[in-house]
Design a protein around this ligand. Sequence first.
Ligand code: ATR
Length: 279
Amino acid sequence: MSYKLGLIGDPIGHSLSPWIHKQFLDLADLQGEYKLYEGDYQELPSVLNHLKEIKIDGFNITVPYKQVIVDYLDELDPDAELLGAVNTVVNIDGKWKGYSTDGEGYVRSVKEPFPELLNHHTSVLLLGAGGAARGIYRALMQQQVRKVDIANRTKEKAESLLSLKEDRTSTAILSFQEAEVQLKEYDLIVQTTSVGMKPNADDQIIQLDNLKKDAVVSDIVYQPITTKLLRDAHSRGAKIHHGHAMLLYQGQLAFEKWTDKQLDVAHLVEKLERKLRGE
Ligand code: ATR
């Protein structure tokens, strides 16, 4: 068979997903295509009708349709239901089932270089409380880490993540200043906001003076590849984790759901980095 895959969103012209899934198809020795379906809000129903007609095997959904897509699905994975967002749809015998692979993809991307990092002793600081933070927070709950504190500019938005909390994990809601003061408590710091993204690459969300020795600092921003926060962390001797790794692993998880192929993609992190550098 030849897999029909794709991405819906707006704008998606610069998406790396076609490149990523071409790597996966080649690695799995499968035939297929991954097309971009860009369209504004009015066009969404007709785009989805077209995908039904061509019997698409699976697709990703990105901004601004991750929530609205839920109305068009036949079934929802329980975590996608809890998050109220879907980034991956699988066609199961004509029925569309929605999943959210961002959070688990993030966790996989961290476990690959740091297999011992996430356990019931681990303390995490999550910076941000948007869509990406919600998925990552939920996935960290499933790792049963000891603590995930959340620091966000708008405290109410951070509080809204508490509906995703599990009993085993504690969470305090902090200001950025409070987080900076108690930074040495954290084994992993996850930056999920757009702060530091091009063209504002000189911005850094918090100061790292109190960083714990051996902490891992992670930034989901991948433009630039190494954000100012990560450069700062590296210069202080911390271990760092880049955003493009999450991009790759959320794709790996989607590909797994579409094809049932479990691929080892670790070697593609560096290849994706070269692609991002335009090499
Ligand atoms: P995404 O889906 O990419 O996570 P989002 O849902 O729009 O995007 O969330 C953006 C996150 O970045 C939020 O946590 C937002 O903080 P607020 O909840 O206070 O809006 C955060 N963010 C964006 N710009 C920021 C800035 N300049 N300083 C601090 N936080 C910022």
